[in-house]
Write a protein that binds this ligand. Structure first.
Ligand code: ZN
Length: 381
């Protein structure tokens, strides 16, 4: 056995963790902070809480509140030009994956030449980055601890990733209180994204004992808490578990990578702007049924971990997980592909683009054909 397992996170976890921010900023000898967030974070009152902590540290700041879901190269370049002009030396990103991914990408351009599109792929970022403090307000993407920034190239109409260990945020402030105001639909979508990360990384052909350990633990936590958190956003026990599960799952999938669900989701988001979690959730059960024959034992292990009624017959038990995921997305009210605005005539083009996704290379079932993708899209339609 031989493998690499990389983690580089420094996490302040728990209710009230935001109180540590002034001290952290002073520790970095910050002179000018860029605070990155979106409208939802502002509306929830979280931006003001973070801003108060930055003011308490007595450092200058500039705000970038132009974050959009599925951030584009153009938004990254715009934020980077402001950050350079303002001589920003520390980033604070408060929000979901979009805010944190955007801050990571902007940070790349502070110390590395050229435009962000040149950094797509793995290990392209040569120079170290400025400190970035990630304050997640959702429990799903794990962007706060990963080395990934997912962006949209509007010219090529693709969602692509910048993957480099330099991108891992230097500090995480994981305060479950910040997830309390998340709308139920966002809790469901981001939570299903995390479940997708757990499941896809567990069966990835890059999985190792350390990633499997994290992926399975994350899956159990999310499965046990997602319905409670969606039905009652103030259930702080469930919220805390989800935030914890998100970090645990992140350690797994950031090392084992993902698979066919994300290949489809990236394509749906690039062409039709679907929210990432929703795009994953609506195809997840069908992709898992498709993958089951390529990794039956692992499918049974996941079913057992979730206390699903295994019979001992692997041929049947390997589908228990996909059946449970289908039940779950229905209970959570996840919309079908057509309910998310996609037309039947779009499916052919989408299937062609799914096959171009590099993340397919980590899927346990290889040799995926256009017809395979079309079958899944029709089932999820
Ligand atoms: Zn994801």
């Amino acid at each position: 056995m031989s493998f690499n397992f990389f983690v580089k996170s420094d996490i302040e976890f728990g209710a009230g963790a935001i109180k540590r921010l002034p001290e952290i900023l002073k520790g970095y000898q910050a002179r000018k902070v860029m605070l990155v967030y979106d409208g939802g974070v502002k509306a929830a009152g979280i931006a003001d809480v973070v801003l108060a902590a930055i003011r308490e540290a007595g450092v200058e700041y500039v705000i970038f509140d132009g974050v959009i879901p599925n951030p584009t190269n153009e938004v990254v370049e715009k934020a980077a030009s402001i950050a350079k002009e303002e001589k920003v030396d520390v980033f604070v990103a408060a929000g979901g994956g979009s805010s944190i991914d955007l801050a990571k990408a902007v940070n790349v351009l502070m110390s590395n030449p050229g435009s962000i599109g040149e950094y797509g792929g793995m290990n392209m970022v040569k120079n170290p980055l400025l400190p970035l403090i990630a304050i997640p307000t959702t429990a799903g993407t794990s962007s706060e601890i990963t080395n990934v920034s997912a962006l949209i190239d509007t010219e090529k109409v693709i969602k692509y990733v910048v993957i480099d260990n330099n991108l891992v945020p230097s500090k995480v402030i994981a305060d479950p209180e910040f997830t309390k105001t998340m709308p139920a639909s966002v809790t469901a979508a981001t939570g299903m994204d995390a479940i997708t990360h757990a499941v896809e990384s567990y069966i990835s052909n890059m999985a190792t004992p350390l990633t499997e350990y994290n992926s399975l633990a994350g899956l159990k936590i999310f499965h046990a808490n997602i319905v409670a958190a969606v039905k009652n956003g103030s259930d702080m026990k469930a919220r805390e578990q989800m935030m914890l599960g998100c970090i645990i799952t992140g350690f797994g999938f950031s090392n084992a990578n993902l698979g066919m669900v994300h290949a489809i989701a990236h394509t749906l988001s690039a062409h039709f702007g679907l929210a990432h979690g929703m795009a994953n959730a609506c195809v997840l059960p069908y992709v898992m049924a498709f993958n089951a024959p390529s990794c039956p034992e692992k499918m049974v292990e996941m079913a057992k971990a979730l206390d699903l009624p295994v019979s001992g017959d692997t041929e049947k038990d390997m589908y228990l997980l996909s059946e449970e995921l289908l039940r779950l997305i229905k209970e959570l009210g996840i919309k079908t592909i057509s309910e998310q605005g996609i037309k039947e005539e779009d499916l052919d083009m989408l299937a062609d683009d799914v096959l171009k996704e590099p993340v397919l290379g980590f899927n346990p079932r290889q040799g995926v054909t256009k017809q395979d993708v079309l079958d899944i899209l029709h089932k999820a339609f």
